[in-house]
Design a protein around this ligand. Structure first.
Ligand SMILES: NC(=O)c1ccc[n+]([C@@H]2O[C@H](COP(=O)([O-])OP(=O)(O)OC[C@H]3O[C@@H](n4cnc5c(N)ncnc54)[C@H](OP(=O)(O)O)[C@@H]3O)[C@@H](O)[C@H]2O)c1
Length: 270
């Protein structure tokens, strides 16, 4: 397992990101977080090794200023956990374009901007890693969350491409796909208030099932431990599932006929 001395975590103020910060600090790393609000790590015995920078990653100027501050302090970064994200829900028929753009801005375009800003530091790391928090929804498109699914599928594509583009710098990119996890993510989901009456009941049923699954999902500490474990592999793959059941699900999804998997998803969330 690799050990990281300098780590950057986007979305480190809560949930999976905050759990990651605790693991990194426990393991002796210096950690910088980028999120709009600050998490409470005052109880951590190594909290002096943490620097939380307030930054909306969608704001290019804030992002540039944040990385200027980081470069003034550090000459390299070993691992970037690009973890910030959120979800929207609603039918394709009624989702406003502005919401679609916001979904992709936070989950995908800003993740790319963070990577672009972080590259000079990563290139000077010893075994540099970029770890993207994707989702099972990036492989299995979830009805009424199709834009969230598409934004996470884009992260998977990004990981696959970056492993070739950044090969000469020996930077490895890993997209990790957690399934349901009990964090504030569920309450922060932006639900489209507009819907066509004909789709209303199935949308409601689907979203409330999804929310229930999330509230009964993995603890963020477990998901963070898996992100950390994959980051530390010497020869990581580009894509990983999290937890035995989700890894089996992802494998079956690839093996079974598309007609059958589409029917199963439709039965579960239709
Ligand atoms: N929970 C699940 O079931 C689940 C499943 C699969 C994947 N995921 C993914 O896991 C990641 C972490 O989510 P979570 O479950 O831990 O939820 P969470 O507790 O809501 O954490 C989301 C984090 O993203 C940050 N963030 C959101 N928008 C931001 C912005 N514009 N600029 C900077 N930071 C921003 C938030 O910080 P601020 O609000 O302080 O800015 C927060 O720290 C997300 O990418 C999510 O899509 C979650």
């Amino acid at each position: 397992m690799l050990k990281f001395s300098h780590a950057i975590v986007t979305g480190g103020s809560s949930g999976i990101g905050a759990a990651l910060v605790n693991i990194l600090l426990d393991d002796g790393a210096e950690v910088i977080t980028l999120s709009r609000t600050q998490g409470d790590f005052s109880g951590h015995r190594k909290s002096e090794n943490l620097w939380q920078i307030s930054c909306d990653i969608c704001d290019e100027d804030q992002l540039k200023a944040a990385f200027q501050k980081i470069s003034d302090k550090w000459d390299h970064c070993d691992v970037l956990f690009s973890n910030a994200g959120f979800g929207i829900s609603g039918t394709v028929a009624s989702t406003e374009k502005s919401q679609m753009i916001k979904q992709f801005d936070v989950n995908y375009f800003s993740a790319v901007s963070v990577i672009q800003n972080c590259l000079p530091l990563l290139r000077r790391g010893k075994y540099p890693r970029i770890v993207l928090t994707s989702s099972v929804a990036g492989e299995i498109s979830i009805p009424y969350q199709s834009f969230y699914s598409a934004s996470k599928a884009s992260l998977n594509m990004l990981a696959l491409a970056l492993n070739t583009e950044l090969k000469s710098d020996e930077i490895k990119t890993i997209a990790v796909m957690p399934g349901d996890c009990r964090t504030d993510f569920t309450d922060k989901r932006e639900k489209n208030p507009e819907t066509w009456a004909c789709y209303e009941r199935s949308e409601e049923r689907s979203i409330s099932k999804m929310e229930e699954d999330e509230r009964n999902g993995y603890a963020p500490e477990f998901v963070a431990s898996q992100l950390y474990r994959y980051a530390g592999k010497r020869r990581p793959k580009a894509l990983y599932g999290v937890g035995t059941s989700y890894r089996i699900l992802l494998t079956l999804y690839k093996l079974l006929p598309l007609r059958l998997t589409t029917w199963i998803v439709s039965k579960m969330y239709g």
